[in-house]
Design a protein around this ligand. Sequence first.
Ligand SMILES: Cc1cn([C@H]2C[C@H](O)[C@@H](COP(=O)(O)OP(=O)(O)O[C@H]3O[C@H](CO)[C@@H](O)[C@H](O)[C@H]3O)O2)c(=O)[nH]c1=O
Length: 348
Amino acid sequence: MKKILITGGAGFIGSHVVRRFVTNYPEYQIFNLDALTYAGNLENIADIEHASNYTFIKGDIVETDFINDLFQKHQFDGVIHLAAESHVDRSITDPLAFVKTNVFGTMNLLNAAKMIWKDNFKNKRFYHVSTDEVYGSLGATGLFTETTPYDPNSPYSASKASSDHFVRAYGETYGLPYVITNCSNNYGPNHFPEKLIPLFINNIIQNKPLPVYGDGNYTRDWLFVIDHAIAIDLVFHQGKNHETYNIGGFNEWKNIDLVKLLCRKMDDKLGSVSGTSEKLITYVKDRPGHDLRYAIDASKINTELGWRPSVTFEEGLAKTIDWFLSNEDWLKNVTSGEYAKYYEKQYS
Ligand SMILES: Cc1cn([C@H]2C[C@H](O)[C@@H](COP(=O)(O)OP(=O)(O)O[C@H]3O[C@H](CO)[C@@H](O)[C@H](O)[C@H]3O)O2)c(=O)[nH]c1=O
């Protein structure tokens, strides 16, 4: 039986990866390590918590001794590392938290993997899940490829770039078998309502302003989170060692166009008079160092591994809105910190 450690499995993307691995690979033992910070909670994976091939471990990747003991105890065969501080705005106000988790935490995992695998790397794999933001900002044209030079602009992307470099350095220096993926903006169920799409859905439900940064003419490429989980599964099993794969949705949107589309869809779903949600749009002060445009060339993963998104943006957005509208308690509990308080008590 393969023992796989998934870090950050109670978070947004991690929860979809954990569910997929627990469900599709009954022969694997899946260990979900999560610190249950503000952005992660076990409600996200409540449906699989009793599966016989699943174990949850509450813990923080920054705790070196704890991580070393955990790896010694379980002798994992593979690591899929998603635990991260992920919100750009938070990284601007508290950059050190991002260095601690994203850089130091990743280092702890790399060292622990190297320690238990010694020089016997056969059938072992360290998978680092990263972001397209490491490449910096594009102008109006062009696409990020796997060979685009790193040029991170925010403390968040600098921390992810640094951790990518360390993973590659462990590959070069010690022969650690790794793969890295750099993915575009995700959206979907379980998305914490600090990011654009879930924040705006939540604000529309509550009839609150929709704060569009600057003039709204910033471009992002959007991918449904379950398609990201499918890509991670594929790369984990079929990707080549020491390779990087870009993952994207072939789906670029200017923020303001996306927000207007979301407003129209929400009006439909809520049965509001057309134009109701759009009235909530409020232009606010821009994000410092705001990257103009991210766009992904996902042809490598497409041609080498046959991956491409399985849902259109229309379908993905409809599924996302439906999920948020039928999970209003989840929304209330994550925004009020109710879940955080509950799990704090349960695990103290
Ligand atoms: C929260 C918020 C965001 N925005 C803008 C900023 C960005 O141009 C765009 C999307 O913002 P965010 O949802 O914060 O996502 P962004 O900064 O692109 O980063 C996301 O996408 C990255 C992948 O590209 C991930 O690595 C990050 O973890 C994830 O947070 O919307 C607004 O105009 N108003 C807002 O209130």
